[in-house]
Design a protein around this ligand. Sequence first.
Ligand code: MSP
Length: 658
Amino acid sequence: MARETFYITTPIYYVNDLPHIGHIYTTVVADTIARYKRMRGLDVRFLTGTDEHGQKMDRSAKQRGVSPKDLADQVVSRYHELWKHLEITNDDFIRTTEKRHHDGVHAVIDRMQTKGDIYKGSYGGWYCAGCEAFYPETQLVDGKCPDQGHPVEWLQEESYFFRLSAYQDRLLAFYREHPEFIRPESRYNEVVRFVEMGLKDLSISRVSLKWGIPWPGDPEHVVYVWLDALSNYVSALGFGSRKTALYDRYWPAALHLVGKDILRFHCVYWPAFLMSAGLPLPRQVFGHGWWLRDERKMSKSLGNVVRPDALLERFGPDALRYFLLREMTFGQDASFSDEGFLGRYNADLANGLGNASARVLAMARRYFEGRTPTERCEDNAIRAKAAEVVGRWRDAMDAFEFQRALEAVWELLTAVDGYVNEKAPWGIAKAEGASSPRLHRVLYNCLEALRLAAVMVSPVMPAMAGRLLAQLGVADQRLDDQALAWGGLPTGQPLGGEGVLFPRADVEAFFGEAKVDENTKPQTGAPAPAEAIAPAPAPAPAPVAQPAEADQIGIEEFARVKLVVGKIRAAERVPKSKKLIRMDVDLGEPTLRQIVGGIGGRYEPEQLVGRQIVVVANLKPATLMGVESRGMLLAASLDGAPFLLGVDAEVPPGTGVK
Ligand code: MSP
């Protein structure tokens, strides 16, 4: 019988810049899921690649004085090296400059055209080259793009249009019938709200840009970069070519993994394109959160981007993979800090996993002359704990809750530690000698639990798992359901080589060196190899600032304040207070936030429900008249009276304010 297939994809990365840990995150998560699904016996296909066309790429190449293709080639080679170093097991790597992709895009467009969904018109709009997207005037924030605050420019040109408006109802019906299509649930709601607000036809070609795939039959136009990019998911399977075996086997995709910033393209445009082309829709799109740096958004202009090179060189791929999956609740934002990274590394890897295995292995080496025990033990507390942990780990992995999955494994390690303390194998050895069957059974249980821990962490830390299994004397390292059953540790077999799995990091020395690095390197967190792509010319000096310097704050300081749009879902007066109102505010998070505001002198609770407000989302919680407030709403204050700040068009809760 044919095995169940599982086609998983990452976004294809822009190649106008080198990868940072945000990019790595998506790929590491995809790799972890791919490894896990293979382990569970599924027929997995894992795709990643690069998005090489578009205005952003064209501009970056011009600034560097190279051709877009040359720039792409340079950066793509860095991606290849990085994925190899991180042990990413993708089956294919697609570049949008490849012929197979060009053919796939044309095939998709041909089908959309045959359906009658494409027409020629003229387009005028505000274009953000950073996001490669048009925005209506009403969505601009301070004249900049609403998603990332990039500058926008007015473009007016002839264009092909896709009748996206005709798909609004079909998309909404599809979301209703397939609530699992968009994950996590909060993002599902965001997308549904966006589509409910109305869809306009989409401009899907450009004439002013030459760096792209020529429009079929009208080469004056190039294909809009998102139609081009999204089609990679089918062109990589041979769609549009004569060899469609992979397409027939793996399409539709089981999972498109994307960052939350590109959810709309994957959950609105892509399914509409596919409906138009008469192709099946992917089963799920998962929108994960953002990696921030020290609580601030990572961006090139702030110079706070975390590049992976130094971390990889120093701690190896497993530690970085582990940190990314352990630290971020999949779906939410998380912050990267050096302290956080080192703390986790030392606590969980050097101490937790490293110590637990070193301690047990050392005893087996000492008492059994470097061999695994000769007695198995079928009925014991560790076996029961391991069975329970394996079950929980599996459920968590199935739900993509990597944090919970890893926590379960670490619980097993703690249980092993406790079991060792309780049974005190050294006491048994002293009283009964090294041949004591009890000693063999106790240590068998510990080593077997470690073997199971290695198998469970293998999708996250493949190299480390392999090393630990070798140390445990496991010659057959097949990773499948069978490997998760109790009793896989061979008896009386030689243990593998010694060697510390994760040497403890000296935190003080690390930060001492980091200081030296900062003084000698051009950009914090950007190690030397980051400059391996042709450098952009130095920017023109900024105009001299006007107000007194003491009154000015840097953009970094401002960026620390997390301002977002919220929607008030419920409001009531705080008992015994004239002014305080308690509100449940939707910030696009999984649960509503309770916020207390002193606005009751001017507003009645009924007037507030359903209203969009602006909230400082990262303010420390405070208690006002016994009610906790987790955020602050913004209001203009005139003679002590509050006037709430709002947004002049409906935007999804959680939208950032800059
Ligand atoms: N080329 C498009 C994707 C086309 S897919 C058909 C693109 N590329 S990107 O290089 O800008 O981003 C690729 C992925 O990296 C996105 O999923 C994005 O969310 C993710 N990340 C970029 N910065 C990130 C963080 N700081 N944190 C987590 N992921 C982020 O968009």
